[in-house]
Design a protein around this ligand. Structure first.
Ligand code: 5AD
Ligand code: SF4
Length: 440
């Protein structure tokens, strides 16, 4: 057998890209590539890119520039760009950066083995189609290699919502759900390889409507309930969701499906009805607040996470105040907030923007409030007993780190044999980004 070739993959952006990168490594495994964690001696470098916010493409070009010395030292080094920037920029990437040999969009990476053949023949390969076939069905069957205790599983891709600021419907395409049986098979396989917690992924995961084994369409709640029957799978999470797809059964599952964790990422983006309308979110602040109340009724200890955008075109100080009010009313244990950035090709990009100094100031004020809430939620864990799934050793000798049901990082003094185990822990202290505890 010939020497394995080394593949270095750098992943940007969302968890879906993390999942895609793993699948690309598997697809290239069939061509003799094994993953390496440094670009220095790689035979192929693959950037799996994200296009969600500004300057994404510029960042990719400057990152590519940094690989020039490696390419000069090794003319056989192959360089590829994958993901959403590849989808959006296509051929432009090769035009601007002739060093790039391969451009592959998020929907076509199952064709990587053939693309690598093209490279071996001295050609370049570009594929940013939205093909009819299901890429997951065409990927090599998963290896039986052991895995860590947590894994992502993409169940749905794409988005039909067309929020006025977002590129996702253009880069990832229309909503497509994977069939139930294939997902159950993949989940079972992950569990056999040591996985205890699966996070179901989708750009709009709660809009999941996959073909069920009984010939009917299954929603996300039904998929979760069925997956919860897999022995050895202890925890299920899902991300990311749209408020309008939060159906009754999914709300109920938060109360009666013990394996579904009490953590929900449910972005609202703004607390102003005027801005929500301009964003094409198709719901009001009141609708969201009532929805959260219903979910908390089902699961009172739910930790809520969200996404916010400040400085959306037309946002006034009063609109921004409405966002602060919503945050105060709802209360978030975790959140992501961004300054609006115009994405070419999206409807909002055509509208006059908000003063940038004002937008920066709003972002700071929102982040101050969100951090305060996050810290209070974390501090409130001190003294409580939580269940922790241990993932790896901590930074200090003799320490192990894992995640609580609420997704807080928790470290304890304990043996390495805890890895992959769920154990009860009494929380003793709250630091800036993690909790400390004692095994009970
Ligand atoms: N500008 C700023 N933030 C954005 N997001 C999506 N598009 C933009 C944009 N153009 C944020 C949203 C979304 C998260 C993944 O990224 O809050 O929920
Ligand atoms: Fe983008 Fe809106 Fe779809 Fe989320 S729901 S991916 S923000 S268009």
């Amino acid at each position: 057998m010939s020497e394995p070739k080394k593949l270095y993959v750098k992943t940007y952006g969302c968890q879906m890209n993390v999942y895609d990168s793993e699948r690309m490594v598997e697809a290239l495994g069939s061509k003799g590539y094994v993953q390496t964690d440094t670009p220095d001696d790689a035979d192929m470098i693959l950037l799996n890119t994200c296009h969600i916010r500004e300057k994404a493409a510029e960042k990719v070009y400057s990152e590519l520039g940094r690989f020039r010395p490696l390419r000069d030292a090794n003319p056989d080094l192959k360089i590829g760009v994958a993901g959403c920037v590849a989808q959006a920029e296509g051929e432009e990437i090769i035009r601007r950066q002739p060093m790039v040999d391969l451009v592959v969009g998020p929907q076509t990476y199952h064709r990587l083995p053939e693309m690598v053949d093209t490279l071996a023949e001295g050609g370049r390969a570009l594929d940013t189609d939205f093909p009819e076939e299901d890429k997951f069905a065409h990927l090599p069957k998963t290896r039986k290699a052991p895995r860590g205790p947590t894994a992502f599983l993409t169940v749905q891709e794409g988005c039909d919502k067309f929020c006025a600021f977002c590129v996702v419907p253009y880069t990832r395409g229309a909503e497509v759900s994977r069939p139930v049986e294939r997902l159950l098979h993949e989940a079972q396989d992950l569990v056999e390889r040591g996985v205890r917690e699966i996070t179901l992924l989708g750009q709009n995961v709660n809009a999941y409507h996959g073909a069920g084994p009984d010939g009917t369409e299954w929603g996300l709640a039904r998929l979760i309930r069925r997956m919860a029957e897999i022995d050895g799978l202890e925890r299920i999470r899902f991300t990311t969701s749209h408020p309008n797809d939060m159906e009754d059964d999914l709300i109920a599952a938060h109360g009666d499906c013990a394996k579904l964790m009490p953590y929900l990422h449910l972005p609202v983006q703004s607390g102003s009805d005027r801005i929500l309308k301009a964003m094409n979110r198709k719901h009001t602040a009141e609708h969201y607040i009532r929805l959260i109340a219903r979910i908390r009724e089902a699961r009172p200890d739910l930790l809520l996470s969200g996404d916010f955008i400040v400085g959306f075109p037309g946002e006034t100080e009063a609109d921004f105040q409405a966002t602060l009010d919503l945050v105060t009313t709802v209360g978030y244990g975790q959140a992501y907030s961004f300054k609006y950035s115009a994405r070419p090709g999206t409807p909002a990009a055509e509208r006059p923007g908000v003063d940038q100094t004002e937008a920066d100031d709003r972002l700071q004020r929102l982040q101050a409030l969100l951090s305060e809430q996050q810290r209070a939620e974390q501090d409130g864990m001190v003294g409580r007993e939580v269940r922790v799934l241990f993932e790896k050793p901590g930074r200090m000798p003799g320490q192990m780190v894992g995640k609580s049901d609420y997704l807080h990082a928790v470290h304890v003094d304990g043996p390495e044999t805890l890895r992959g185990q769920i154990a009860p822990v009494r929380i003793t202290a709250s630091a800036s980004n993690s909790l400390a505890g004692m095994l009970i």
